[in-house]
Design a protein around this ligand. Structure first.
Ligand code: SAM
Ligand code: SF4
Length: 342
């Protein structure tokens, strides 16, 4: 599907929960409230939205959160998403804490790749950022996923933790066949309090250490990362530079929040409430914790799909041309990243 700027939209990020087992200071510090479970889309509702998106040309799905693996039906969801006609790849973004436990199930479900968010290899810094001591579990899971042949990417938000920090992360790609990607901090939610490292400076420093690094034009994924190869390394280094390397002209993505709002740009509130269409104003029955999908109804129900399609097409056609992170006064998105899904 195309937006009014002629961009092809073929990638949807799906946040399946606003809960998390970590407390990253720039994302979900202590005290951030989660919404009642009833507000979160049921598995079938997510599937219905994904069926609709696939019918409109979306080929790539990323399951995210909150932490997607804290949701018990995450692997079943991956399995269902993989079976949707038109969907070519389903990948997952996780903090890795529960990854070892769910790795086999994810493989059985047909997962096509796993992104593990990891900002530091220093145990004390890890604890300070995330609020927990579980770096070893995460590293073990990364090693296991790589040894099983799952395409793995490490995502590190570029916090100013000193040169040793990024150097250690880059070296992960020497030992393991994993891409290590640095992400400029975006002024969304609690990220506003953490000024981003400028990737132009990070690149200069990296280039000084690795003067032989060269552009890597091979396709690594379906997003905005720019990749470089370092001779002798098994994985590549990637830069996702939303702040100092605006990539909006090539934006191919939309986002479904855990509460069923289809967002067309990270920076703005623009989008459409698909949950209202999925539930048609149904109220929460007394005592019910989760929304229960109507028995016997298919997520591919033609009448439902027609309504979703109209709403999705209209929202996508109005997708903003570009983000406005450089003009913070114009940002209209007030939600936390934990609710949006990154
Ligand atoms: N819990 C999972 C994880 O950590 O990968 C998935 C959700 S998390 C919100 C997705 C990604 O968003 C993580 O890589 C996280 O570091 C990143 N993130 C969170 N807040 C951000 C911000 N303000 N700017 C840039 N990236 C951010
Ligand atoms: Fe949780 Fe991921 Fe946010 Fe960290 S970045 S608090 S792991 S959702």
């Amino acid at each position: 599907m195309k937006d009014e700027w002629g961009r092809t939209i073929d990638y949807m990020r799906i946040s399946i929960t606003d809960r998390c087992n970590l407390r990253c200071r720039y994302c979900m510090p202590d005290g951030v409230k989660s919404v009642p479970r009833w507000e979160i889309l049921a598995l079938e509702e997510i599937e219905a939205a994904a069926v609709c998106a696939a019918g409109l040309g979306v080929r790539f799905l990323k399951v995210t959160g909150g932490e997607p693996l804290v949701r018990r039906d995450c692997c079943s969801l991956v399995e269902r998403l993989k079976k949707i006609p038109g969907i070519e790849k389903v990948t997952l973004t996780t903090n890795g804490v529960l990854l070892k436990e769910y790795m086999d199930r994810l493989l059985q479900a047909g997962i096509d790749g796993i992104n593990v968010s990891l900002d530091t290899l220093d145990p004390e810094q890890y604890r300070q950022i995330t609020g927990r001591d579980c770096l070893d579990e995460v590293l073990e899971a990364i090693g296991r996923a790589a040894s099983l042949g799952i395409p793995v990417k490490i995502n590190a938000v570029s916090l100013d933790l000193g040169d040793e920090n990024w150097q250690a992360l880059v070296k992960l790609g020497k030992e393991l066949p994993v891409d290590v990607r640095f992400i400029e901090m975006m002024p969304i939610g609690h990220g506003k309090g953490f000024p981003s490292v400028d990737h132009r400076e990070l690149f200069e420093k990296m280039h000084a250490v690795y003067p032989d690094m060269e552009p890597d034009s091979r396709r690594h994924g379906y997003g905005p990362a720019v990749y470089w190869r370092i001779p002798g390394f098994k994985g590549s280094v990637g830069f996702i530079s939303a702040m100092h390397g605006k990539f909006c002209a090539d934006c191919n993505r939309i986002r479904l929040t855990s509460q069923g709002y289809l967002k067309t740009c990270l920076c703005y509130e623009d989008g459409v409430d698909l949950r209202a269409i999925l539930r048609e104003g149904k109220n929460r029955p007394a005592g019910e914790m989760h929304y229960l999908w109507p028995a016997g109804m298919s997520p591919a129900d033609p009448a439902l799909q027609r309504r979703l399609r109209e709403a999705m097409e209209a929202a996508v056609s109005r997708k903003p041309k570009a983000h406005c992170f450089e003009r913070p006064q114009d940002i209209t998105e007030g939600a936390d990243m934990i609710a949006i899904g990154g």
